[in-house]
Every structure is written in C-alpha cells, then in structure tokens.
Ligand binder design. Structure first.
Ligand code: GLA
Length: 741
C-alpha cells in the first residue's frame, strides 16, 4: 500500500479503529510515527527531528485512538554524552560519537569509519514495515524489516545491509535489531550452562554498564543461549509484572549486549557476534542479518514463556499440521534411543532385540545412535565415512529397518554430518576440507575436526551423502549431532580480507543443506543435538522438529534443566529420556516412576538398557507411556504454569499445563527430599475455566481423602488440592490430570 493511500485509509477509519483494535502496521504521516499492534502489545518508533529512526514505545497494547507523539531526541548530557548517544535509535550506525553498542559498524575503502544512518523511505508489508535507512552521505543502505504477529504480539526484526558505494566496505559489526526500555529498575534473566549442565536460569539486577551474553564458538553453545527476558522491578516474578523478552534466530556465533546507559535507560542489541567478525561487501552486495524476535507480557516470566511457546509452535517449528506458516506441529513420537544402552557397540542383532522390547512398551519410534557407520568402534575413528559398517550390519540397514516397521514403529538414525575424525577415509582424501589455518596445528576435540561447511565442496558432500542415505533407506528421523566447537577458523579458499565470512557462510550453508533435505525428503524429521543442548535456537528450529536439551539424563537434574529450558522453548521440542538408575553422571538412584514422570514433563523417550528391565518395570513403563500418550498434546503444547520452582535447593517442585481450549490440565509434582515431615504444599491451579467442572484423575500417586472427584475450575484454582499424606520421602513423583466434564 502506498503511503498516501495508507494515511487516507487511516484517517477514514479512525473511529472504527478506536473500537475494533485491528492488528498490524500503521504510519502517522503527521507525527512520523510507525506503529505496530498485535496481541496485547504495541510497538512504536518514529523519525526524530534529525531524521533518525527512534524507538518511542514497547509495551502493553494502547488504544487505537491514542495518538503517539513524535519522537524527540534525548538531550545532550553535559559535554560528554551527545544526543546521538543518548537517543534510543532503532538501528544506530557507529559514528557521530556513539559510545553505546552500535547496530552497525563499517570501514569504507578509504579508511573512513563514520556511519550515520538516517531515514530514507518505507513500505508496508503484510504484517509490518520495511524501512530503508541510508548513511547521510555514502551509499550504504540498511533495510529494517519489522513484522508483528497479530495473535501474540511477537515482533520479528532483522536488517539487510547493502553496499552501493563504488568500492567494497567491510562490516565489522551487524546487529539484527536493538531494543530499548526507559529508565527504571529491571531484572535480567538469561540461560547459562556447560556440557551436562545446560539451562541454568541466571537472574540479576541490571546495573550501569553492559552484560554480554554470547557465543564465540561458531555455534550456539551450551554456555549461554540467545534468549533474554527483562522484568520490571528488582525481583523476578513468575506470575505478575511486565516482562520484555527476545530470542535470536541464529546458530552461529552470536552476541546479545544488554546495556544500562548513562541515563539509566536500557538497550539490548543482538546479532552476529562482532568478535573476529569481518564481512566484506563488494559493490551491489548485501548482508542479511538473522531475525531477532521480541515480545512483551504483563504476566511475569510465566506469561512471557507462554507467549513464546505458542509463537514457536505456530510460526517457527517445521511440520506444522496442514503446512503453511501457522498451526502447531504434531506431538513428537515417543522414541527409544539405544545410546546409553549400547554406546558404540551397535549390531543388527542387538538393535533388533532392543526394538522388540521397545515395541512392547508402546514406543512409536526406534532410533539407532552413534556407531553404525565407517570404522566407528569408539570416538577415535569413522566420522566422515557415512557407509554402513559391514561387520555390524552385513546386509545393510534394511533388515533392521524392516523389523522396526514390522514392530509398528518408524526408524530414526544418528548422524554428525559436519565433523570428521582424522582417522577416516574422508580426511585422508580431503585434509583441506576442515576449518584450519594452513601451517598451524589443528586442535582436536573428542578426536574430531570441524568440516568447513562454508566451502561449496564440503557442503555438496554433506548434502550428497545425506540425500543418498535418506533415498536408499526408509528413515523417518535424523538425530543431527554436533560434538565440538570451532578452533582455527580459517577458510583459505578466499582472499585474506574475506576469510572471516566463514562465521556467516558456515551457518548459512548448514541452513541451506537442511532446507534442501526438507525439500527432497519432506517427511523426514530432525533433532538438533550438540552434545546435548549446544545448538538450540530459533534459527535451527526452523528445520529441527525437536532438540536434545542435555546429555545429562539424571531425572533430578533434569527437573531444573527443564524448568530453565521452558523459559525460552516449548516442551514440544524438549526430548526427555528415561535412563538407567543409578545414573551414570551423579550415581543417584531413583525409582522408575520418578524417572518416567520427570521425562513426561517434555517429549518422552526411553534411553535405558531395556533388555535388562524386569517384567514389573516393563509393565509399569508401558502403563505410563499409555497414560502419557493420552495427555501428551496438553503437556507439550498447552499453557505451562511453573507452580513451584525446583531451583535454589527447593524441597518440592510442580508444574501444570492447560490445553488451549481449557478442557484438560496435567499436573506434575516432585519431592526432592522430605524434611521435618513437611507436607507437599497444597496445589492451587491456574489457567482453568472458572465456571467449568473438571474431574481430577491420578496418573501416578493419590490425592488426599476428601478431595472432590469433580469440582469447578474456580475450586481447583482457589481452594486447590492436597496430594495424599503418604507423598513423602526422597525423589518422589506424582501426576494428575483434570478433564472438563
Ligand atoms: C553426543 C550426544 C549423545 C550421543 C553421543 C554419540 O554426546 O549428545 O546423545 O548421541 O553424542 O556419540
């Protein structure tokens, strides 16, 4: 729509808009304010008197009739902080004395490094705007893309940077977007970790200066996840208070900088990690940044994560039912995975024996993990050689796959396509295919090196072998692993000045391979694994149907990991296996019921050595898998309420999930260790329909005598219910379902 038509339409329909509250994008020609409305959110920015694009408002939805005043630049603070630095720009170039984090920093061919971006033009898109900025003198153009989801109010922002100068420019820093909040006290939430210890919710007050959350590793990383949530006030709150959150859709090195500036305002700038970054744009070339999603909730961290979960289900994940760009994907099949049972010792016979047991449990999908290919006996050899090992599988994979199908399951397989062991035919043939600086050592981790996916030949090899594997075998699912981070990230095929492009092109080619595989094999589903949760982000989740949150499957550790995980990601993608006890990592012994219920909080899998399970264990697991199947859509796609947090040494924890139409709710309760005879706290539920009646049925455990079998939503939410007094001890678990009558 042209600007004039848009303005006319706006004026004509002003009174209608005031009542109907339409979603979408509007531009007020008089005030020069761009406004986005969706869900319960309004986002507004405008042109200030200098021609910069300045953020004005991000928060709860305001009335359509409210006229948002024009953007006014912040004043200069004495002679030290210029107005340019104090004004919250939507996308600030580094120039004119900017001391805060720039969105874009470039070096021109003549050595000039001053970039000041002013408004040039705009277009409305179906769900937002495309706004073009241009340097005040030179022909560097930046197109800012804005979209808002009408249902959730989640914003999608990114930038395309184009060089129309006669000579190349080098981009040293490029953010996807910058977000701003006015001066106030805030608490920052982010997720940190390490291998086997991912998803630690870290919470701290924001203070003057910058908090940098990042990965310099070439991939997303276990150590920090590209998600943040900022809550108004000094304390995080699950149920109330304003929260602004964001997530970056990028699986390469990334950085989010959260700054409290010299005037106490907040800026969050995120995109490619500028560390060791350098992207040369020849004349006419452009660079597209990843998307930085942002959202707002007035209902605490719980409200924020519920919005994000629904957005991921409806707009990010692949295989949405009915295709298209909205509609949730199907709940994940319950899987069996052989890794913890056999490690590398996979054979046709051994896998068939496990598959028979898995089928007896009611499992939907059988996945063979590492060890089936090349000369892979342990982690010293074989990566890169993706032929079926003839000693372990003399007749190829077909007999195993046929057997798995005959047992009523589909078949999945482990691959680690981006890696190579030096002890492999591939490396012996193509030693130049790995990331390396010629003449320098090639640092191994887990005895492996990283193939340089940015190279076209490496990309084609990976696409080729995967395509062949999926064409020749009836494979429903790939567990795509990635078991180390980068070192010596050289790409000597390019001129020296351009080699740092590897940070972008590697990840781009990864996405290109995934997109092409999806095109050629549309039914194949994918799991993103990176030694556990090292590659979980909204970029990979456009292709991956699920993720492996952690190699740590200890059911007690998993409670806090799963709690952390769900701040940013939906339980739909959170694979959770039941494994053996005592657990290999913590040597902790837990009951099968506790392990099952811990895993049933997400997308359930079995990863134990079930060949050793007793009849009693088989019966009990089979019963719980059947019970899980009945309520799985509610658990993995409903609205999650973290009723009692497992964090900070909590004796107890509990979650509740309510499906979208409020006809079912599932409650999980866990005791770490009863102390001083303390009873489990009364569970007062959330999110039900006040006036509807719900019947409460135990899945595992029992309620206290006298608890009504059926009561109103108002009863369960206000009065609540008690778990049976016998619910005490160490590592105990209970689960209940409520169904609308
Ligand atoms: C990684 C994964 C594990 C398993 C092994 C196989 O560590 O996270 O689940 O697949 O690799 O080598």
């Amino acid at each position: 729509m042209s600007r004039n038509i848009l303005t006319a339409a706006l004026l004509l329909s002003a009174s209608f808009i005031a009542t109907a509250q339409p979603s979408g994008a509007t531009f007020d020609e008089a005030t020069k304010v761009f406004r986005l409305d969706g869900g319960n959110v309004t986002y507004a920015f405008g042109l200030n008197s200098r021609g910069e694009l300045q953020q004005i408002y991000w928060g709860g939805r305001i009335a359509a009739g409210d006229r948002i005043p024009s953007a006014v630049p912040e004043r200069e603070w004495a002679s030290f902080d210029s107005s340019y630095t104090n004004t919250p720009q939507e996308y600030a170039g580094w120039g004119a004395g900017l001391f805060l984090e720039p969105a874009l920093k470039v070096t021109f061919a003549d050595g000039n490094r001053d970039l000041v971006l002013h408004y040039d033009s705009y277009q409305t898109a179906s769900d937002g705007f495309k706004i073009v900025l241009k340097d005040i003198d030179r022909k560097v153009f930046v197109t800012l893309h804005y979209g808002i989801d009408p249902e959730s109010g989640v914003l999608a922002r990114s930038a395309t940077i184009e060089n129309r100068e006669p000579k190349p420019i080098t981009i040293e820093q490029a953010a996807a977007a910058a977000w701003a909040l006015p001066p106030a006290h805030y608490t920052l939430n982010y997720l940190t970790g390490r291998w086997a210890g991912e998803w630690t919710l870290t919470q701290e007050a924001l203070h003057p200066g910058a908090r940098v959350i990042e990965s310099r590793r070439g991939s997303t990383g276990h150590q920090a996840n590209p998600w943040f949530a900022i809550q108004a006030g000094d304390k995080p709150d699950e149920n109330s208070g304003e929260v602004w959150f964001g997530a970056l859709a990028w699986s390469g090195s990334w950085r989010i900088v959260v700054e409290q500036d010299q005037l106490d305002a907040i800026r969050v700038t995120g995109g490619f990690n500028p560390f060791d970054f350098g992207y040369v744009l020849q004349t006419g070339q452009s660079l597209e940044t990843p998307i930085f999603y942002g959202g707002y909730s007035a209902h605490g961290l719980g409200g924020a994560s519920r919005i994000l979960h629904q957005y991921e289900l409806a707009h990010i994940l692949p295989h949405r039912v009915g295709g298209g760009d909205s509609g949730a994907p199907k709940p994940r099949p319950v899987i069996y995975n052989s890794w913890e049972a056999t490690e590398f010792s996979v054979t046709e016979e051994g896998q068939i024996a496990l598959a028979e047991k898995a089928a007896a449990l009611g499992v939907d999908r059988f996945v063979m993990d590492d060890g089936w290919f090349g000369q892979r006996k342990d982690d010293h050899a074989g990566l890169g050689d993706w032929y079926v090992n003839p000693q372990k599988f003399p007749h190829g994979l077909k007999p195993l796959i046929d057997k798995v199908h005959a047992l009523g399951m589909d078949f999945g397989l482990w691959v680690e396509p981006e890696m190579v062991n030096p002890d492999s035919d591939l490396y012996r043939k193509h030693p130049d295919w790995v990331l390396n600086f010629p003449g320098r050592p090639r640092s191994e981790q887990r005895n492996q090196l990283v193939l340089n996916l940015a190279r076209p030949d490496t990309r084609d090899y990976i696409l080729g072998f995967l395509d062949k594997l999926l064409t020749e075998n009836d494979i429903a699912f790939l567990k795509w692993d990635y078991n180390r981070n980068w070192s010596e990230p050289g790409w000597d095929q390019l001129p020296a000045a351009e080699q740092k492009k590897v940070y972008v092109e590697f990840t781009r080619n990864l996405y290109a391979i995934l997109a092409e595989l999806k095109k050629r094999h549309p039914k194949v589903e994918l799991e993103s694994c990176s030694g556990g949760g090292g590659r979980v982000d909204l970029g990979i989740l456009q292709y991956a149907d699920e993720v492996w949150p952690s190699d740590n499957t200890d059911p007690f550790d998993r409670l806090s990991q799963q709690d952390g995980f769900t701040y940013a990601y939906t339980p739909q993608i959170m694979m959770a296996w039941v494994t053996d006890s005592p657990h290999w990592l913590n040597k902790r012994a837990t009951s099968l019921s506790y392990r099952m219920l811990s895993s049933m909080q997400g997308s359930l899998g079995i990863g134990a050595n079930i060949s050793k399970w007793t009849d009693e264990e088989m019966t009990s697991a089979k019963r719980l898998i059947a019970a899980y199947h009945q309520v799985q859509p509610t658990i993995v796609q409903g609205d999650l309420y973290r009723l009692i947090s497992p964090l900070n040494g909590s004796e107890f924890s509990a979650t509740e999930t309510v499906n979208r139409d409020k006809t079912q709710s599932v409650v999980f309760a866990f005791i770490h260790s009863t102390q001083e005879g303390r009873k489990f706290p009364r569970l007062t539920l959330k999110g039900l329909d006040h006036d509807a009646n719900y019947a409460l049925t135990p899945i595992e455990g029992a309620v206290e005598k006298g608890t009504p079998a059926i009561a109103s939503g108002a009863w369960w939410m206000n009065h609540g219910f008690d778990i049976n007094d016998n619910f005490r001890g160490d590592f105990q678990a209970a689960a209940f379902r409520l169904d609308k009558k």
